[in-house]
Design a protein around this ligand. Sequence first.
Ligand code: PLP
Length: 394
Amino acid sequence: MPAIEGGNPIRSEKLPNGRQTVDEKDVAAVVEVLRSPWLTTGPKVAELEAALARATGAADAVALANGTAALHAAAFALDVGPGDEVIVPPITFAATANSVVFQSATPVFADVDPGTLLIDPATVERKITSRTKAIMAVDFAGQPCDYDALRKVAAQNGLALVADACHALGASLDGRTAGSLADLTVFSLHPVKPITAGEGGIVTTDNADFASRIRRFRNHGIDADHRQRAQRGSWHYEMVDLGYNYRITDIQCALALSQLDKLDGFIERRRQIARQYDEAFAENALLTPLAVNPGVGHGYHLYVVELQLERLRVDRERVFQALQAEGINVGVHYIPVHLHPYYREHFRTAVGDCPVAEAAYERILSLPIFPAMSDEDVADVIEAVEKVTEAYRR
Ligand SMILES: *Cc1c(COP(=O)(O)O)cnc(C)c1O
């Protein structure tokens, strides 16, 4: 009997949905910076930027305070402003669309593909108007979008292409690494993401003008940072744009550099876990994992399944609560962004705008996946999912 109905839970201690993996090498790297002269805007920032450019195959990388700041900076670099529209998917974290609003522009929601929940290039095309400035695609769950199709749509319509790859550091498409698939790519270094800095964000680009605008933007729009002025022996600087304090510390960058050494291993472990889930659920008619496109090297930031509600006696909410009761912390990624009260009120979005995303939202669950999960943890998740879905089979 399911624990929620009074049976024994699979686990007594709750398994998290996602969690960072930090080891003693990471700790030592942070401590070393604390003993150095530079706590912020120092050599570790440039070192992390160079390492991420190498890792992603982009010409340049800029490190910022967090992924949201990095998205904002990308919108700024593209001159997104009042009257402009930027096309975004609804199945994402709110920050994707919010970054457009920060620049006083309008996010326009384009529906997703039902198999992958990635933005659908055909829908994007239908949402383009004379005001459209850019497409912001989201590599949901760690799967790169169809960038060949998106690039074609962008080029035909004179639009910029941004990848919100906050889930997808270490992922690839047809052998090309995330970070080199769009004009600007944004990564997050939040603890649940592929590698962490505590908080942190990265923009990668091949465009030197974008990179220098973003470096100014993270430092109040000032043309030279503290360290550059110290090196020049000059006090003089000019503020040329309205920027923010979106700087990242050397403490954070040292942690991210140490984590980056382990990225390949982290991704490999996530893929192993995903394979175990795939095999376990292949014969289960009560749920379906999201589809994976050919040529995708998946990052598996999330492992998302869709419940086959027609075959169940209960809704997603009950399955969610039942799995929590079994000691498995499942998640729901995401509430479609256009359904949040803020967007309904300020942008007049409504139910019906993105029917595929809205229907998927009723069925999705994100199962625990993170590199430190043991095989026993994975087995517990599989057992709990089978137990709960079987108990509620119609
Ligand atoms: C995490 C995330 C962000 C925001 O990143 P932060 O570093 O938390 O600011 C943006 N978009 C997506 C898709 C994310 O998952």
